[in-house]
Unconditional design. Structure first.
Lengths: 251, 356
């Protein structure tokens, strides 16, 4: 399975050693706070503390910044076009809006990239289960992630098979458009049909058994991390209440 | 478990949803939240979970269990959900970033699960799809901008599951001539209105100079062609369904897609406008630029784009799901929690025991 996850280059860094749930809390909170804060300076400060610092600690700063920029670039270009070139107000207003949105989008992208570049999905799933999530939920999450490359792979296989039978995938646009159905239908229907077999396989292995499961790789959770997670939640709540009750920007 | 018990739960959930929504709207009226649309999206985020929670509470008080909810999450559904989520993410990414057409096609899996398993299963699929899309999807499929729209996916799942529960997605072949005539007239006029709207916006966008600075005119025309052909194929497919196969389901698909699309537009537009300045990096941005060119402010432009894109997108999605369901074996469908409502009208005598 190909993942963006970047294997630790040295021994696990302090950031990698954190409970994945703590890292997820930091990531989600950063994205929410980037929205709630508004302005340009506040999100930049937030990004340097909650994204750049951990990324540097984990030794993935370059990758996080590069991928974050790449992800945010198309959106940033559109933001500038829509708000500056096609603005109804003055150009200054358009630039102010565009700057705010670009900073927000960059922060959100970098926060998401930091999380998935440093966390294996299986690690997060194990942590969620350790913290009491239902095994059914963790099954769905983990399988959903694993299914994405598998579905893409299946589409490639179907395309190869259909080409072997004479499907034209390199002709003019209308011709290629006609080929879409010949690839999409077997890909989707095959995946749906497989559900039946996998259901039987799971049922014979006591998947639906009630009760808790033993987690084989418990995460390194500590009292400090628990306090930090709750602290982050409380801070977010305070920020939310302050913003909707009209408090001025802190910076 | 009587019918009246089920009505009490649904009614209780709806009443609380409406109360929370109205209360929230009036409570936020005096506060500094940018626009009326923002308030709407914000309040929905609280009101929908509140409604679902009350539904669950009433059922627990009535029966001491949560059967109608847990029944929607049997093993079969839990195996289908990851497939559906992958479908959402892969198709959504391909359509948004590769094709750049102003529709999304990122809810086929959500509506498929909702139809087969029920509203809450559909809502869970939609929510998890958008969360995974942002936090866990492997490249090149990840998108940091999916997670704020999770609440929209939840609503799409809830609506689709409810419509399927009402039997809107079951084949209705062999309808009487009068039914076909009425259904056909309504559907075709709805199709014409939607096509005209889409065409008008597309022409406006194509006519404005410099909308797509990175893309030369030829590429832009091809993209428009792909979008229009998708719409045309769906329209033709629906008419074929109606006229050739005398299947009245086409009218129900249009109705379901239209309602879902309009509701989704009102939820998604404020999120896109206030978080991302109205753009999502997809083909829809061209439409927004066209509206702004015409002098609309940002909120109006985004809502206008959503009101055109979303119903078209959802009608296409429901149609694709209907085709997928049609290609599935009857016994496979019937084994899902809500499968009996997807079988042809004649086979259903409202007795689930027939399909164990």
């Amino acid at each position: 399975m190909t993942l963006l996850y970047i294997p630790e280059r040295r021994a696990a860094t302090p950031w990698h050693r954190l409970d994945p749930l703590t890292r997820l809390t930091v990531g989600v909170a950063t994205m929410l706070a980037a929205v709630l804060l508004g302005g340009v300076i506040c999100p930049l400060l937030l990004a340097s503390v909650a994204v750049v610092l951990p990324a540097a600690l984990a030794g993935v700063l370059r990758d996080v910044l590069r991928t974050g920029l790449l992800l945010a670039l198309p959106l940033a270009v559109s933001v500038v076009i829509v708000n500056v070139l096609f603005a109804t107000g003055t150009t200054e207003q358009g630039i102010a809006i565009a700057a705010e949105v670009v900073v927000r989008v960059l922060t959100m992208a970098a926060a998401a990239v930091l999380f998935y570049a440093t966390t294996r999905p299986s690690e997060l799933v194990a942590s969620l289960q350790y913290h009491g999530a239902s095994p059914r939920l963790t099954f769905v999450i983990h399988n959903g992630v694993a299914m994405i490359p598998r579905l893409a792979e299946r589409a490639r296989e179907v395309t190869a098979a259909q080409r072997a039978r004479g499907l034209d995938t390199e002709g003019s646009w209308p011709r290629r458009a006609r080929g879409v159905l010949a690839v999409a239908a077997p890909t989707v229907l095959g995946a749906v049909r497989e559900v039946e077999a996998r259901t039987l396989a799971l049922e014979t292995r006591a998947f639906a058994r009630p009760g808790s499961r033993t987690v084989l790789w418990p995460p390194h959770d500590t009292a400090g991390q628990r306090v930090a997670r709750w602290g982050i939640l409380v801070a977010l709540l305070v920020l939310f209440v302050a913003r909707i009750s009209g408090a001025p920007l802190p910076c | 478990m009587g019918v009246s018990g089920a009505w009490l739960r649904v009614g209780g959930g709806l009443v609380v949803f409406v109360l929370v929504a109205l209360g929230g709207l009036s409570a936020l009226a005096g506060l500094d939240v940018d626009a009326a649309l923002d308030r709407f999206a914000l309040v929905m985020m609280v009101a929908i979970p509140a409604g679902v929670a009350v539904y669950a509470l009433v059922e627990y008080l009535q029966t001491g269990r949560l059967d109608s909810i847990t029944r929607q999450f049997d093993t079969r559904t839990l195996v289908l959900m990851p497939v559906a989520m992958a479908l959402n993410i892969v198709l959504g990414t391909v359509v948004a970033s590769a094709l750049k057409v102003p529709i999304y096609l990122d809810s086929i899996g959500t509506i498929l699960v909702a139809a087969l398993a029920g509203p809450l299963a559909g809502a869970a699929t939609g929510f998890l799809s958008n969360v995974i899309w942002t936090y866990l999807a492997p490249p090149p499929f990840g998108s940091p901008f999916a997670v704020p729209f999770a609440v929209v996916a939840v609503v799409v799942g809830l609506l689709a599951g409810t419509f399927a529960r009402w039997g809107w997605l079951r084949p209705r072949r062999g309808a009487s001539g009068r039914q076909l005539a009425v259904g056909g007239a309504l559907s075709i006029s709805a199709l014409i209105v939607m096509t005209l709207l889409a065409l008008r916006v597309w022409l406006a966008a194509a006519g404005a100079d410099g909308i797509a600075p990175e893309a030369d005119d030829g590429a832009f025309l091809i993209l428009g062609w792909v979008a229009m052909s998708l719409i045309v194929v769906t329209a033709v497919g629906l008419v074929v369904l109606l006229v050739r196969r005398r299947d009245l389901a086409a009218a129900y698909i249009l109705l379901a897609g239209g309602i879902t699309g309009v509701v989704a537009a009102f939820m998604a537009a404020p999120i896109a406008a206030s978080l991302f300045g109205g753009v999502t990096g997809s083909g829809a941005d061209f439409v927004i630029a066209a509206f702004r060119q015409a002098g609309a402010d940002l909120q109006q432009a985004v809502l206008g784009q959503s009101l055109i894109s979303d119903p078209v997108d959802k009608v296409i999605t429901y149609f694709v799901v209907y085709l997928i369901l049609g290609a599935m074996a009857t016994r496979t469908k019937a084994r899902f929690p809500q499968g009996q409502y997807l079988l042809p009208a004649a086979a259903d005598d409202d007795d689930p025991a027939v399909y164990p």
